[in-house]
Design a binder for this molecule. Sequence first.
Ligand code: 0FX
Length: 258
Amino acid sequence: MKRICVITDNEYLYGEFQKIIVNPVYGAYQFDFYYSEKNKGFCEKYGIGKRFAPINLKEMADAFYCQYDLFLSLHCKQLFPEYLVNHHRCINVHPGLNPYNRGWFPQVFSILNKKPAGVTIHEMDAELDHGPIICQESIEIYSFDTSWSVYQRILKKEIELLTVRLTDLIEGNYETSDMPSEGNVNSRTDFERLCHIDMGQEATYGEVIDLLRAMTFDTYDNAYFVDSKGNKIYVSVNLKRENSHRGKFLGGGGHPSL
Ligand code: 0FX
């Protein structure tokens, strides 16, 4: 029986993945789930931590790695060790269109720098969100989108691709293509820098709206300014296209429901 090690720090994706693998087709495989040890506090708060164990891949011996036919990262927040990616097949499901805006929160940066957004499933190498591409799909960003609304479509697309391609991923039934360029990478620090609004900075209305919609995510306070009394005041925007209805909000907490 083939064994797959799934590492995820994303409660929503975990739930949707479970729904995929109840299909009898997957009865022939054993899936073991872990979340990142460094993310323990968050995962325990949102439920994953109560369901399965944390792991620090860097601390694991080859004997552990050798139990598995595939390592699958579903938004796993630890860099896979070089030894692991060089000696075992590791696949990453990434919420961005490689090679554009690799790293943290790709859609946030795509709203700002207009580089393409989407979803990529790729074989992993030692660099962040990097390696031969198995499949990817772009997601359009509309003028009325916020980070939140783009992210909802990204999650849906990830589930769609996994639903269609999971057996192929496990069996290695796919061809890959090289990344067309190295693209660009954003870090958590890049994101945090964007959060602090300098009230003295000049910008066009277009730039201000893009910044605020890139930072608007229903379950997080991101962009803020500091008022004259030293209070942090959080800012987000509400964008509504004429004659449209806002999608129903189904969940709270750190991870959205669709
Ligand atoms: O799981 P994930 O969607 O993905 C992140 C990275 O973006 C991704 O490139 C990496 N491969 C993966 C391991 O980690 O992250 P999240 O659940 O922390 O955040 C989801 C969205 O929530 C994010 O795209 C933007 C929004 N968000 C998140 C945090 C923590 C905010 O707007 N503010 C925040 O402080």
